[in-house]
Design a protein around this ligand. Structure first.
Ligand SMILES: Cc1cc2nc3c(=O)[nH]c(=O)nc-3n(C[C@H](O)[C@H](O)[C@H](O)COP(=O)(O)OP(=O)(O)OC[C@H]3O[C@@H](n4cnc5c(N)ncnc54)[C@H](O)[C@@H]3O)c2cc1C
Length: 496
């Protein structure tokens, strides 16, 4: 069993010295006032200053930093841009944060094979900016794409408004160079889509920094569609907008993206972004993007418009030119930030439900809002059934955060009850680990822990994330009466 030294007992001097020798003095951040930058990610209600932060530039430097952490038995946590919303990059009190913000090179672009190789700190939107001149783009587009890193996207298996048709990050990662928690450098996957053997690339994507640190990522890029059209339908009920989503898919049309915003979100966005395109009196708007060959887009556009009208849409605006399309999307992409305009604080939830349950679940969320007294704005990737209720509150009132987290928890349990999931794209991190057992049995959780144990036997890579309780490999096997297998405890640092 790993026993972790308490921070006050640890002598940091030799660790700092070795890290400085490997990475350069200025790339080892140790002053408390400088470390404040790293004390939280986008889940700002959870804060913990790390002991140190290091800023490597190369795979070799990441490997050395990890080896030093190994040698001194120090937990380490990868951090990209720190926009995660589940506390994935939240430090533990005596950890080294390995920050990838100096690893921002696009290493190669190969149009013939439709792939690019990037360092993990590269910002998501830079990939499309790099290749758009040649008629390509990178499909996964989180709303945070102008700031979040590809490494963070890989770790969270991030989604975005255009992931309905083309899939989330895992569908676009061909290969990875990874520094394992032992400090070894390995290549997972490769330049071809299907590799023989276990899909370790697939396993790594979404592992939230618990299986190692990605230092190079080979991404698939797609050819920009011949024609793209965005429709904005204006509804007097959220349920009607939700039903329209199911009807469009049932009609055999798979839009690039399909997003719903409710009245609270619409007005917040119009106050801040001033698109002047979103009808302020609509109960909900549905934004739909259709792409493909011109002839196909024209046919789908007519059919989608018809479905919207059949479901009671008051009006459907269409936009084909780039400026107008971007304008229609701009408000949606700024929706989280805009919530800060209508409330001092907001708590974002991220759950998934089967699309057909949208009308029911939205009604239940409304009822929960009435019961709890908190306003809840709804913005979501409707086509994927990925909800993002934003619970508005005031964190300066003592006890409010706890109450709001409970409301958020009720929403997650509702998602699970209707056959959905506790996370669509923001990950489990520190925030949602207590809900893992709502979805997974003991045996399921233990199977995942066995996997983590193989890659991360000392539990030094991003400890305390994803899994709910300190547990021991072999627990479920023993509880099922199987012969006890040899096991070691995952890590002492799991205690919280
Ligand atoms: C306004 C706003 C809108 C958002 N919209 C979306 C959205 O539409 N879709 C969506 O999916 N998410 C969204 N997010 C959440 C967030 O942007 C994503 O989770 C993003 O992928 C995090 O990237 P990051 O670089 O900020 O990672 P960080 O927050 O720094 O880290 C996230 C996790 O990745 C791990 N990690 C980071 N780099 C590496 C690496 N190189 N190797 C291994 N592990 C690593 C960290 O340890 C941590 O567990 C949004 C966030 C905000 C603030």
């Amino acid at each position: 069993m790993l026993t972790q030294e308490k921070p006050q007992q640890r002598n940091w001097q030799p660790i700092i010295k070795e890290l400085q020798a490997a990475l350069g003095t200025k790339n080892v951040v140790q002053r408390r006032e400088e470390l404040i930058t790293y004390e939280c990610d986008g889940l700002t209600s959870y804060r913990q200053r790390p002991a140190l932060a290091v800023l490597p530039r190369t795979t070799a430097q990441v490997a050395i930093a990890v080896q030093i952490c190994q040698k001194y038995n120090v937990p380490f946590i990868a951090r990209g841009s720190g926009t995660g919303l589940s506390g994935g990059a939240l430090p533990v009190d005596d950890c080294v944060l390995i920050v990838t913000s100096m690893m921002r090179q696009i290493l190669s672009v190969d149009y013939e094979n439709q792939q690019v190789v990037v360092q993990p700190g590269v910002i998501n939107s830079w990939v499309t900016q790099t290749v758009s001149g040649a008629g390509f783009y990178y499909a996964p587009d989180p709303s945070s794409q102008i700031i979040c890193s590809i490494g963070g996207n890989v770790a969270e298996n991030s989604g975005g408004v255009h992931c309905l048709k083309y899939g989330v990050t895992t569908n676009h990662v061909l290969g990875l160079k990874v520094v394992t928690p032992q400090g070894e450098i390995v290549d997972l996957g490769g330049q071809v889509a299907e590799m023989p053997g276990y899909d370790l690339t697939g396993l790594f994507v979404g592992s939230e920094g618990t299986l190692g640190i990605a230092t190079e990522v080979t991404l698939r890029i797609l050819k920009t569609a011949e024609s793209i059209c965005v429709l904005l339908a204006d509804f007097t009920s959220v349920e009607a907008a939700g039903k329209t989503v199911s009807d469009i898919i049932s009609a055999g049309i798979i839009p690039g993206g399909m997003e719903i915003m409710d009245n609270l979100s619409i007005n917040a966005v119009e106050d801040v972004v001033k698109t002047n395109c979103y009808p302020r009196d609509a109960t909900a708007i549905l934004i739909i993007e259709i792409d493909g060959l011109e002839v196909e887009v024209q046919a789908s556009k007519a059919r989608v418009k018809e479905i919207c009208m059949n479901n009671g849409a008051r009006n459907v605006t269409t936009a084909s030119d780039l400026d107008m399309r971007l304008k229609l999307w701009k408000g949606r992409k700024a929706a989280f930030a805009a919530a800060g305009h209508v409330s001092p604080d907001y708590y974002v939830q991220d759950g998934v439900i089967p699309r057909t349950q949208l009308p029911y679940v939205l009604k239940e969320i409304e009822a929960l809002s009435q019961r709890s007294g908190y306003r809840i704005a709804n913005v979501f990737h409707a086509g994927d059934g990925n909800l993002h209720p934003l619970i508005l509150y005031d964190n300066s009132i003592p006890g409010e955060l706890e109450k709001v987290e409970e409301v958020g928890g009720e929403i997650l349990k509702l998602c699970v009850r209707v056959g959905g999931s506790i996370s669509g794209e923001h990950g489990i991190g520190a925030e949602k680990r207590c809900y893992m057992s709502e979805m997974f049995s003991e045996t399921d959780l233990e199977t995942m822990l066995w996997v983590r144990q193989v890659f991360n036997p000392q539990g030094l890579a991003n400890p305390t994330k994803i899994f709910p309780t300190p547990r021991t490999c072999g627990e479920a096997a023993r509880s099922m009466g199987r012969k006890e297998e040899k096991f070691t405890q995952i890590s002492g640092v799991e205690r919280f």
